[in-house]
Write a protein that binds this ligand. Sequence first.
Ligand code: AZA
Length: 307
Amino acid sequence: MASAHVSAARYGKDNVRVLKTDRDVATGIHTVTEMTVSCLLEGDIDISYTKGDNSVVVATDSIKNTIFITAKLNPVNPPELFAAILGSHFIEKYSHIHVANVKVVTHRWTRMEIRGKPHPHSFMRDGEETRNVEARISRKDGIAISSGIEGLTVLKSTGSAFHGFVRDEFTTLGETWDRILSTDVDATWTWKTFADVKAVRELSSKFNPAWEEARNITLTRFAEDESASVQNTMYKMCEQILAAVPETELVTYSLPNKHFFELDLSWHKGIKNTGKDAEVYVPQSNPNGLIKCEVARGPATNRESHL
Ligand code: AZA
């Protein structure tokens, strides 16, 4: 057998679904948080792969149990703090575990408005958008957290152009000064590294406003920008989030360009349905453009990309 070694390994439980209720007895107002959690551990675990020695393995079932117990004993909101508490547990309890990679996907349960008033205990799923947190809790490197939004689907029916691009023998796309723009927003903002869970706790009050700010900036920019391209609009969003949340150092967006093709209907009685007369479009499911960017605070450096 050729000489080989484990050059990287991590394991744990993925897709752990948790719902936590918070019941305010005084007011009768309930809050619900539904999350899908992943927790993958790294450390001195090579012998479980190379020798079948399970003495170093914290079973994935125990990792799942720990997620439930941690959710019971701690706040799950903000998810950044929950992720940090969960990951820190593993490196504190097991001396041979050096890193925990925690992902928390929080699903939307928006409080219902009933008869014009927020209902104390009824909620609705208003879209597939999620609030995501990815945390790497490391004995050596501290706690790296990035927060994000995924699956926020938006569309604008004007205020978007795309012209001046390369024209050569491969080009069929026409220039446009007015088109439909639609995308599923996937955005992340990365926080300055935290020394430990105490440092995360100290910044705890910033995480929810940052998510609100990033979501608001995304929607407002999308709606109000006279877009020259997806590239240009997303860059403006990144810049604005970095300015609004000084504790962040990096923002990324990944935006599919969901195309809506104009349809020539002139074959039917000369009907006009293109250019300024376009009303009926054909939504395309694929292929789609995919535009990504990462914007870092300060001048350019040779840092590794997160895309
Ligand atoms: N960016 C856009 O905004 N629209 C496009 C592109 C692009 O790179 N390519 N085709 N259409």
